[in-house]
Design a protein around this ligand. Structure first.
Ligand SMILES: [Zn+2]
Length: 694
């Protein structure tokens, strides 16, 4: 049976067979945490928590009983020792005697139990760990357990699968009451070895981290075996729906055509980045019979809610009857409808203090096509996508076992807007001013281009580096990881430019900022200027800028969210450069192209502005070519005297550096800085009076 056919996958026992296990309890729970997080079908990103009880010294050296528990906001797979918070166990256990407790009281109490007040706030499930009387407690949300916990008849099935070894706790939001219920249930059922929290997850315990870890894996594998045996004769999601799936080429074309409209539609309050997933698991789901119904049931785990919302957006698509135009229109309408429904849901359950979250969908499923994760950064978009993969696996098994069930609307709302859940989100680094924006930079491998890539990325943008030199472009975006994409190509070839935008759309869903920086230069008196030289300047600087600008307009107009084009021209666009007519006239064409496009783009919120650098020698490829000798010859000086020459000729007496130009580009790229400027020129030339605009 192939992986795809199997209803639920088993988990691998990763505990080291020999050696490699730390001697101390904290080291052991850290190891177990990493092993649990190593398989996202066992512990999803940021989800689940672990603890260990033992002895440690307090701030005056007294040995006290403590519990180390995962801090809020860390991830099991990557957490470190410092991400565990040590609490005085007797002070936490004192709460077990209470009958009820508000979240605020609980958080305040736990803060006072911390051995180190500067440690992170302890997990929202801290009390659950404390109230289970065992040295090691692990809480996860594995797919296989989620299937049983998320099936309508889950309680009976858990009983059939695990008998007296399992305790079933009906759904209740995490907090004091759930912790108390679990603590009491474990005490009342001496045969119990695990607790299954309905519509939520798994709690196990043991005398050692190894025992607790192995119990998690064993529970998953027994659940998977049970589910697979019960559903052996059933296809996942009821099998494929009627109609042929798109082949990969047609799907790609369709996505390139539709994603900018989708991206614009889901960027109502802030710009979003899209991540597309057409993997086999996703394809199986979006082409299935049951998907359309399953997507409307709700989240597969309360942990997903702040990252996926209660529901994804489902976009019906018929590969035979619909085309890209129809799908584009449908996407716009459905996103608007999603927003209305979401705000109505918030309105129905909110109190006066609730501020509605961003109402756009975080997961979009296009029937027969794929899944699109939506987020303010690639990290967030990927997280939404990854969590929905977990949901797909849970729904597969639960659907086959008799019906997938989820939190009610009220239950979902009270987790999605739970202050303790929102607190986790508040721990993220503050957004940069270009967060959610996508920039495409031509000439990205050059000195100015690289500085522009760095500047825009530092402000939070995703960057597509486009350059003839593919290796140089790749180097420019290498530090950006997922937030960068390199495209090798020639700005003067129509199909290549189209391809670069296609790749930007595939990588991030579209673009917002396009920096036209690819350049060449040559210098010669008019009598010695060859036709080839003339044409090279005008092709790269004129035609190349036109082609990139034209595709920019196409994508920006599809997004319907405005945008910024920044033309990197030259002081020579304004100043009559002696012995550089081909270059200077082509630069003047760029400048005037920018002004014309500013006029055309205005009604769509597309701003087009020009930065005019002068004599940026550092890191420049142009200046490493014959241009340095040629310019020095024109001024009657030696090539190595150029820096000094240029500095002296400026009003401010300075040399212009690539980062000076990059900051000017950022000014025009940023809505916050220059949102009401278009058709403008910013000279970055140290002051050249002949270039003063008038
Ligand atoms: Zn949980």
């Amino acid at each position: 049976m192939s992986t795809l056919e199997r209803m639920v996958a088993p988990a691998e026992d990763r505990w080291p067979a020999d050696g490699g296990v730390p001697g101390d309890a904290l080291g052991q729970v850290l190891l177990a945490s990493h092993l649990l997080g190593a398989d996202r079908a066992v512990a999803n990103f940021g989800g689940g928590n672990t603890s260990a009880k033992g002895r440690a010294a307090d701030h005056v050296g007294r040995q006290v009983e403590v519990m180390w528990v995962k801090g809020s906001g860390s991830d099991l797979a990557t957490m470190e020792r410092k991400d565990f918070t040590a609490l005085r166990l007797d002070e936490v256990l004192a709460l077990f005697e209470r009958d009820e407790m508000s979240d605020e009281e609980m958080v305040a109490h736990l803060a006072r139990c911390q051995i180190d007040p500067a440690a992170p706030r302890s997990s929202i499930e801290t009390l659950l760990h404390a109230f289970v009387p065992a040295a090691h407690v692990h809480h996860t949300h594995p797919d296989a357990v989620g299937v049983l916990a998320g099936t309508r008849d889950g309680e009976r099935l858990v009983d059939e699968c695990f008998g007296r070894e399992a305790v079933w706790i009906p759904y209740i939001r995490p907090g004091f009451t759930l912790a108390k219920q679990v603590g009491e249930a474990v005490r009342e059922h001496p045969a119990a070895r695990l607790v299954i929290l309905a519509k939520h997850g798994l709690v196990v315990w043991g005398d050692s981290a190894e025992e607790a870890y192995r119990r998690t894996i064993d529970t998953i594998n027994r659940a998977a075996e049970f589910v697979n045996a019960r559903t052996a004769d059933q296809p996942r999601f009821g099998g494929p729906a009627a109609g042929d799936a798109l082949d990969s080429g047609a799907r790609r074309e369709l996505l390139r055509a539709v994603l900018p409209a989708l991206r614009g539609a889901v960027s109502s309050e802030r710009s979003k980045v899209l991540v597309v997933d057409t993997s086999a698991r996703v394809e199986e789901f979006v082409t299935s019979r049951a998907a359309g119904e399953l997507v409307g049931v709700g989240a597969a785990c309360p942990d997903h809610l702040v990252h996926t919302k209660r529901l994804p957006l489902w976009v019906p698509f018929d590969p035979e009857g619909d085309d890209a135009g129809a799908l584009t229109e449908r996407v716009r309408q459905l996103v608007a409808g999603f927003r209305r429904d979401y705000l109505a849901y918030v309105d129905q359950h909110r109190d006066e203090a609730t501020a509605p979250a961003d109402p756009d969908p975080r997961v979009v499923l296009i029937q027969h096509v794929g899944l699109v994760g939506v987020g303010a950064s690639t990290r967030e978009a990927r997280l939404s996508r990854d969590l929905y993969h977990r949901a797909i696996e849970v729904m597969a098994g639960a659907h086959a076992l008799g019906g997938f069930t989820s939190l009610t609307e009220q239950e979902s709302f009270s987790v999605e807007y739970w202050p303790l859940e929102l607190y986790k989100l508040s721990l993220r680094p503050p957004p940069g001013e270009l967060q959610g924006k996508v920039a495409l930079v031509t000439g990205a491998a050059g000195g100015i281009g690289r500085a522009v890539v760095d500047e825009l990325a530092a402000a939070g943008a995703c960057v597509v580096a486009f350059d003839l030199d593919g290796e140089g472009a790749a180097e420019a975006v290498e530090p950006l990881g997922d937030a960068g994409r390199a495209v090798a190509g020639d700005v003067t070839i129509e199909a290549t430019v189209r391809e670069a935008f296609g790749q930007a759309v595939e990588a991030f869903g579209g673009v917002d900022i396009v920096v036209l920086g690819a350049g060449v230069a040559s210098s010669a008196p008019i009598g010695e200027t060859t036709l080839a030289e003339w044409e090279r300047n005008h092709t790269v600087l004129g035609t190349g800028y036109f082609l990139v600008a034209r595709d920019t307009f196409r994508v920006l107009r599809a997004q319907r969210r405005g945008g910024a084009i920044v033309v990197v021209a030259s002081k020579n666009a304004l100043v009559a450069g002696k012995n550089a007519a081909a270059y200077s006239s082509a630069k003047a064409a760029e400048l005037h192209l920018a002004r014309c496009l500013a006029e055309e783009g205005g009604p769509d919120g597309i701003r087009v502005n020009t930065v005019n650098p002068d004599a940026v020698l550092q890191g420049s490829r142009i200046w490493d070519s014959g241009w340095r000798e040629e310019r020095a010859g024109a001024y009657g000086i030696e090539p190595d005297e150029l820096e000094d020459y240029y500095r002296r000729r400026t009003t401010l007496g300075v040399n212009v550096l690539p980062e000076d130009v990059a900051r000017a580009v950022l000014h025009f790229a940023s809505e916050a800085r220059s949102g009401k400027s278009t058709g403008n020129i910013l000279n970055v030339d140290g002051g050249v009076s002949a270039a003063y605009p008038r």
